[in-house]
Design a protein around this ligand. Structure first.
Ligand code: PMM
Length: 279
């Protein structure tokens, strides 16, 4: 079984490294391998336990890129980070990209489709015996916001994630490989995201490590909108992101996935200190 970081002192913090021209918050910033590696090294120095390398934007409305292009973006960065001993997750729902990234040194597969995007992913993850983050997902980014309809978002997401767990186990993946993620912003309105956050315990109660990825997402832009309704810009949503890291840590999650690592590491340490001191 390869590496799923766990820390005795705080929850895990994953640092986002999007090597895409069009991601919603950092698209285009780390398009060269050198820039990407330098940013990853900085996130590591800030305390990131995993660097999450993604080569395809999943922002609402994003169009897909070809597998060859996704691999071309991701692989040189994965190789360069692995050469420095930096733990890597690969953010992809393509089995071929995941397999190539694992071969190049990635140790975790972060699959925003929860295994639905590529029927071959379960085999790749099973053969690699690596951790597999299963995110709640209903469809590709181009059309996912039309799928944001739930009877009860908390129980529906929980049931749909449980079905993904069952499919993974049926494909021969080990229980210990799985991490669950409610998929904030993926086929979800702001109200859905808040409801899922309010009921994080019900996801944690499924008995798997849980990842929360709220960083800079548009529901925070809406929450923090100006008086005339203009969403707070992406670059100015960090304090709310840090607050959600602290909240998530107190709700028993395994980790968070964030763009700005240091404030979340600090928040995680502070919440762990409170937990440790609790009677
Ligand atoms: N969100 C994005 C990308 N990858 N992975 C997981 N596990 N969970 C998420 O919610 C998630 C993800 C989109 O955000 P980005 O464009 O900032 O990477």
């Amino acid at each position: 079984m390869s590496y799923l970081p766990n820390r005795p002192d705080r929850i895990v913090v994953m640092g986002v490294l999007n090597v895409t021209p069009d991601s919603f918050s950092d698209g285009g910033r780390y398009a060269s391998v050198d820039d990407a590696v330098a940013h990853a090294v900085q996130m590591r120095a800030d305390g990131a336990d995993l660097i999450d390398v993604g080569g395809e934007s999943t922002r609402p409305g994003a169009q897909r890129v070809e597998a060859a292009e996704e691999t071309r973006r991701v692989l040189p960065v994965v190789k360069a980070l692995a050469a420095q001993g930096i733990p890597i997750s690969v953010d992809t729902y393509r089995a071929s990209v995941a397999a190539a990234a694992i071969e190049a040194g990635a140790s975790v597969v972060n699959d925003v489709s929860g295994g639905l995007g590529d029927p071959d992913m379960a085999r790749v993850v099973r053969d690699a015996a690596c951790p597999w983050i299963l995110m709640h997902w209903r469809g590709h980014s181009a059309s996912m916001q039309q799928l944001a309809h739930y009877d009860d978002v908390v129980s529906d997401v929980r049931a749909e994630l449980s079905a993904r767990v069952d499919a993974a186990l049926a494909a021969g993946v080990d229980r210990d490989q799985l991490v669950l993620d409610p998929g904030l912003g993926f086929a979800k309105t702001a109200a859905h995201n808040w409801a899922l956050l309010a009921s994080l315990e019900s996801l944690v109660a499924l008995g798997f490590p849980v990842l929360v990825a709220s960083s800079r997402k548009s529901f925070l832009g809406t929450l923090l909108a100006s008086a005339d309704g203009v969403p707070r810009p992406v670059s100015d949503r960090e304090d709310a992101t840090t607050a959600l890291t602290a909240y998530s840590a107190l709700r028993g999650v395994w980790g968070v996935r964030v763009h700005e690592v240091r404030p979340s590491v600090d928040a995680a340490l502070a919440m762990a200190a409170i937990t440790a001191a609790s009677p």
